[in-house]
Design a protein around this ligand. Structure first.
Ligand code: CO8
Length: 258
């Protein structure tokens, strides 16, 4: 794998880690970091044996959001083609499951990155917030849209209008965080949870993700049709034959992703 500057990326068995690595700027998203995340994701997408992508932050911060020093230089026309928003859309649509492993601040674009992942695992001491209006801007990478679908309009308005931070326990209570874990166990718990995902059939996960994510934007009957067509396709896969045979033969399935 190539060497990146603002991101550390490595593969451990079937898990691909993307670690945000700008501790001097509290892992704020520079253009360089966003380019490197995209390149790492493209690599992970092409590696057949990668089953789950995990985002984490170097040091005691997940991500402090957009690099405010770079925002200072940004013109309105540049803001019209938002790189962060399109990167997070790419992450949300990523064909493999994604997990955010959070310890510390996840603010602004940091919270929105977590929202773009499929699952979120955080330490209790983590701090979540959307402080953009203090800067005269708004959450610009799904915070007024994707996040509303996740935790509801009332809570997002509270986070945006008050600009206060919430901790991991509160974030779990509102349904943003799936699991709160001790800081000493974050990596271990994330690996355990991610490995559980890797035991499932990859194509089935991919179709399930599509169906679940599309449902809010389409009429119920179209969602049901999408579910039905996905299911019919899955009946033609080797993984479905393997999964059902393994159950009948009382053994663990070995999925090839075909
Ligand atoms: N960008 C750049 N540098 C940052 C950022 C950031 N987001 N956050 C922290 N830093 C830097 C600080 O400048 C400081 O660097 P230095 O030592 O060189 O001065 C270093 O990290 C440590 O920061 P602090 O000294 O402030 O550390 P504290 O522990 O006192 O505070 C906080 C930590 C609470 C995280 C604080 O740094 C903070 O509030 N950071 C800003 C968080 C924020 O406002 N995030 C939202 C940014 S806007 C956004 O994400 C979306 C905008 C939409 C853009 C759409 C474009 C089209």
């Amino acid at each position: 794998m190539g060497k990146f500057i603002s991101v550390t990326h490595y593969k451990e068995e079937s898990l691909y880690w993307i670690e945000l690595n700008r501790p001097e700027a509290y892992n704020a998203f520079s253009d360089e970091m966003m380019d490197e995340i995209k390149a790492a994701l493209t690599e992970a997408e092409g590696m057949k044996d990668v089953r789950v992508v995990i985002f984490s932050g170097k040091g005691k911060v997940f991500a402090s959001g957009a690099d405010i020093k770079e925002l200072n230089e940004m013109s309105p026309i540049e803001a019209l083609f938002p790189r962060m928003q399109s990167l997070y859309d790419f992450i949300y649509q990523f064909p493999k499951p994604t997990v955010a492993a959070i310890d510390g601040y996840a603010l602004g674009g940091g919270m929105e990155l977590a929202a773009a992942c499929d699952l979120r695992i955080a330490t209790g001491r983590s701090k979540f917030g959307l402080p953009e209006c203090k800067l005269g801007v708004i959450p610009g990478a799904g915070g007024t849209h994707r996040l509303v679908k996740l935790i509801g309009e009332a809570k997002v308005k509270e986070l945006v209008f008050l600009g206060d931070m919430i901790d991991g326990a509160e974030a779990e209570k509102i349904g943003f965080i799936n699991f709160v874990v001790a800081e000493t166990e974050l990596k271990e718990r994330v690996v355990d949870i991610a490995k559980k995902i890797t035991e499932k059939a990859p194509i089935a996960l991919r179709f399930a993700k599509q169906c679940i994510q599309r449902q809010a934007d389409i009429p119920q009957e179209v969602g049901m049709l999408l579910e039905n067509l996905s299911q019919a396709y899955l009946f033609s896969t080797k993984d479905k034959t393997e999964g059902v045979s393994a159950f009948i033969e009382k053994r663990k399935p070995l999925f090839s992703g075909e």
